[in-house]
Design a protein around this ligand. Sequence first.
Ligand SMILES: [Zn+2]
Length: 406
Amino acid sequence: MSEKEASSPDHRRLGQELDLFVFSDLVGSGLPLWTPRGTLVRNLLDDYVWEMRQKHGYEKVEIPHITKKDLYETSGHWDKFKDDLFRITTREGHEFAMKPMNCPHHTQIYARRPWSYREMPQRYANSTMCYRDEQSGELNGLSRVRAFTQDDAHVFCRESQVREEFLKIWDIIEEFYGRFGFSLTIRLSFHDPKEPEKYLGDKQRWALAESTLRAMAEERDADTREGIGEAAFYGPKLDFMAKDSLGREWQVATIQLDLNLPERFDLTCVNEKGEKERIVMIHAAIMGSIERFMSVLLEHLGGTLPLWLSPLHVHILPVSDKHADYARTILQALKNAGIRAEIAEGDSLGKRIREAKTSKIPYLIVLGDEEVGAQTATLEGRAGKIGAFPIAEIVSRLHTEIQTRA
Ligand SMILES: [Zn+2]
């Protein structure tokens, strides 16, 4: 490996150094396996998104990872995506597929009963794995995989509710990407009126949907541009582009308005006049794919995860064996406060400090004769020594930093 390769952030190398994920020849390419540390990071990201969704009235749902072919024939995905699907024939000869997305399944949860306009919108959140049979040559670390987790959500609502629901998702996206220091720009992805045959649904509905999106962007004073011809065939969307620390631009979240699936699955609610009213669907993943987001995040941060997202918060370093008891007391105090800590023993202090820095542990707690005597410990952050404090103070300082996702 050249010096340049060693220093440029590659999420595959960072993932290995931080012990987050692994690939196995026996399992197959494009199928990442998540270690305990990697799983922890994924769950922390997912919990964060869920916390924000919950405030906006989302509810969790769960679905099987396979379906009869019939679902995708109705949704239209069988025609469009049948070559990308992992297909299964049962012993009774029925054809099934692994799900490449969750929307069709979710429509069937919505369709379980009639809904009054008073109960709208219905908002379903579901972080779950999807499967696409990508070609081997196109697979690349976590950026392009065959099994990926969507932090997916679908809002079933009336056309009059689109604006409010979009704005809620927009808030979540801004908070989420802002927290990691990404700057966002937005593309209003609209249909191309010169190619009407490429899009579904009547002109009027498109015009209304697009003007709603445009007004929203103006109102928010967002950094937006219009992308004519960038709409999905089933509706316009807001695409969010994140600029990372290396100046690269990634398409991350999207909010998509869907006029098609409600039509295909005949999804309605009963309006104020007692009539059936066609609803619309909003697709609203925040990270998109957790795998792809992690590849972007790891490279953006050069592997230096913020404290709340670090698999391990603290290494406790007793200067010598005789400080081991005190180190265990500190460990217990940290653990009681939900802080993920380990004692690093054995090697020389210098070596242990270097190792902790290589594995990007956010904090070190060093203790020797002086600290045991004063019942304190010396706290060291990534930028260097912070000082000696009573244990309770260290616990409360780290606890606050974790809770606030600083
Ligand atoms: Zn969807």
